[in-house]
Design a protein around this ligand. Structure first.
Ligand code: FPP
Length: 248
């Protein structure tokens, strides 16, 4: 029997897949452990998913690693997550380099502790010439924050005479988002059986296909990514048109 990966149509791989990695805390509770145990195991899922995404030729993979709202979690969890991030970057940079992965971030990066920001920047610089998968970590990110920032910057540019208000259209607005150089995701995955978007890429997912799985993030592996892509390939994307128009 063919594996899901073998069943994939290689000419219809989404260019950009975004993932809301959810369920680390519940996974830890299921295993009778502290929440951080779930986050630690979530790193293995990140590794497998990045590898799988590169394997099937996805060009952009955006992972929701830390939201603006996550700063409100207990301090010990926030500190542990930041520590885990630094550790993961230290451990994985070599493998990312071998796999030709480029790293980027979206979010309010200046809010990150200086050591985390420094590690991230160092890794981004090391990988900047790579030409394979673009791995984008959403850190201290929320869509409402991003859209508010865009508006602030547009207003400033109008005031400075850099642009005129009559020039403001969808394309110009997109240029002010942190995803300016990144195509919109065709597929958004959320794990853990929750049916929410949680302030993630609200503008960019206007026409994305949504895929929800019951799997908790620490159980998610590249095969689950292939399953989601296979499901995506069997959907009809109409972008507001009718079926017959797509094939005429
Ligand atoms: C959501 O689960 C997960 C997070 C807020 C953090 C995700 C972080 C990682 C997977 C580890 C490090 C990441 C990288 C990119 C190396 P939750 O805590 O909300 O789970 P719950 O809903 O079950 O409580």
């Amino acid at each position: 029997m063919k594996s899901v990966k073998e069943k994939l149509n290689i000419n219809k791989i989404p260019r950009h897949v975004a993932i809301i990695m959810d369920g680390n805390g519940r996974w830890a509770a299921k295993h009778g452990s502290e929440r951080i145990f779930g986050h630690e195991h979530g790193v293995e899922s990140v590794r497998s998913t990045v590898e799988g995404a590169g394997d099937i030729g996805i060009k952009y993979l955006t992972l929701y690693a830390f939201s603006t709202e996550n700063w409100e979690r207990p301090k010990n969890e926030v500190d542990a997550l930041m520590g885990l991030l630094v550790q993961a970057i230290e451990n994985e940079t070599g493998e990312l380099m071998k796999n030709n992965v480029r790293l980027g971030t979206i979010g309010d990066i200046k809010k990150l502790p200086p050591d985390v920001a420094a590690k991230l920047n160092e890794c981004i610089r090391l990988l900047e010439k790579n030409t394979g998968l673009n791995l984008i970590l959403a850190l201290s990110y929320s869509s409402k924050w991003e859209i508010t920032e865009a508006i602030r910057n547009i207003v400033n540019d109008v005031k400075n005479g850099k642009i005129q208000s009559k020039d403001i259209d969808e394309k110009l607005f997109e240029g002010y988002l942190s995803t300016a150089q990144i195509p919109d995701p065709e597929l958004l995955i959320r794990t853990s059986g929750e049916f929410r978007i949680s302030n993630f890429l609200l503008w960019q997912i206007a026409y994305s296909e949504l895929y929800f799985t019951e799997k908790l993030w620490p159980d998610f592996r590249k095969e689950d990514l292939f399953e989601a892509v296979y499901d995506f390939q069997n959907r009809e994307r109409r972008f507001g048109k009718i079926s017959e128009q797509l094939f005429s």
